[in-house]
Design a protein around this ligand. Sequence first.
Ligand code: G6P
Ligand code: MN
Ligand code: MN
Length: 433
Amino acid sequence: GLKIVTIGGGSSYTPELIEGFIKYHEELPVKEIWLVDIEEGKEKLEIVGELARRMVAKAGVSIDIFLTLDRRKALSGADFVTTQLRVGQLAARALDEKIPLKHGVIGQETNGPGGLFKAFRTIPVMLEIAKEMEELCPDAWLINFTNPAGMVTEAVLRYSGISKVVGLCNVPIGMERGVADLLNVDPARVRIDFAGLNHMVYGIDVFVDGKSVKSEIIELITDPDKAITMKNIHAMGWEPSFLRGLNLFPCPYHNYYYKTGDVLAQELKDAEKGETRAEVVQKLEAGLFELYKDPELAIKPPQLEKRGGAYYSDAAVRLIRSMYMDKCDIQAVNTVNHGAITGIPYESAVEVSCIITKDGPKPITVGELPIAVQGLVMQIKSFERVAIEAAISGDYEKALLAMTINPLVPSDRVAKLILDEMLEAHRAYLPQF
Ligand code: G6P
Ligand code: MN
Ligand code: MN
C-alpha cells in the first residue's frame, strides 16, 4: 500500500482530502496517511486527525492515520507528499490582504502583492521540504497545493534538487463543474483545454462529449447570474461584448485583472466591515474546528463547502490515482512548460491540460496563446520569476522590482510603501530579508 504524507495536515481542508482517499480507495490502495504539522498547529492537527480517523473507520476502509510534528520521520519512505501549509497561518493572510488595501491596492493572496509576500514566506520552507525529500523519499512525487501554487511549483522545479513536483489548483476542475452545471450534463462529459498560469488560466476551448460548446458557454456567462466563480471571489459579471471579443473562457481570478477598480471598491467596502476574505475565513475556520471536535462527526461537514477549495479533494486524489495507475487521462496541472506554450520560458511552470502518466504530467501542446492575453500572462510570469529570485536571495531591490511589475500595483512609489510596510509586518517569517 501507499504512504501519503500531508504537510500542513492540521489544515481545516484535511477532511476534504481524506474524503477523496476514502472515495477512491479501491483503485488507489493508500495504506498510511501521515498528517504533519508544526508546534503552533498541534491542537488543530489533533482535532482534524481524530476526525480523519473517525471518517476512515466509519467508511470501513483500512487506512492508518498518523499524526506527527516530526516531518523527517513522516517523509521517510513516502510515495506521495502533499503540501497545504500556510506559513504564519491566517493572521499572515489577513496582513497580505489588508496592507495593500490601505494603499488603494488589491491584496490578493496569490498573484497580487499579498501573494508576493506569501511567496516570500513559503518558498524557503518548500525548498527545505524538497531537500528533505531528496534524502528521505527520492522517488516520491510532491503534489503542491500551497499558494501561490504556480510560483511554488516553479521554485521547486528550478531551485531544488527534485523534479518530481506537480502544482495543483481546484480552479480548472471548478470551471469544468461550472460548465456541467450550466449545461446540466454530467461533469465527466465536459473537457476544457486549459492554458496559462495558476490563477491566470484560460479555457481555450470547451467540449461536451468532444464537441466544442465554447460559443454557447460564452453566451451563457454573459448573464451575470451565470458567471462561474468560487466562494472566495466576488464575480461581478462580464461585459458581454468584452467576453465575446475575448472569445476565451476566463477563470474567476481574472476578475482581479479585468475589473480591477470594481473589485477594489468592493474589497474596500468589505474591509471596512471587517470582512476581508481572511477575516471571513478565520470565522469560518473557527466554526469548522468546533464541528470537527464533535465525536459524533465522522464525515466531511457540508459547511466546508463555504471555502474556496471546493472539489480540491477530487482534484488531488484524481491526480494521484492517475499517476499511480498510469491512466493517461487529461487533467490540468502546474508543470514544467517544456515548450507547450510558446513564449513562456522552457523550464518555467505553466498551468496546462496534461496527459497524466506514471512519469508525471505531459503537457499537451498549445502553441501561441491568443495575442490579446499573451501580454498579461507574460507579465504575471515575469512577476513570478522576479518574485522567486527575491524570495530566495532576500534582495530588497528585486523585491521592489517584483512588487512594481505586478499588474495590480500602480507605481514604484506605492510599491515601495506596500513593500516596506509588509516587510515589517511579516518580519518574523522572513529570515532571508
Ligand atoms: C480557490 C483557489 C485556492 C485558494 C482558495 C481560497 O479555491 O484555487 O488556491 O486557496 O480558493 O479559498 P478560501 O476559502 O481560503 O478563501
Ligand atoms: Mn529541474
Ligand atoms: Mn488555486
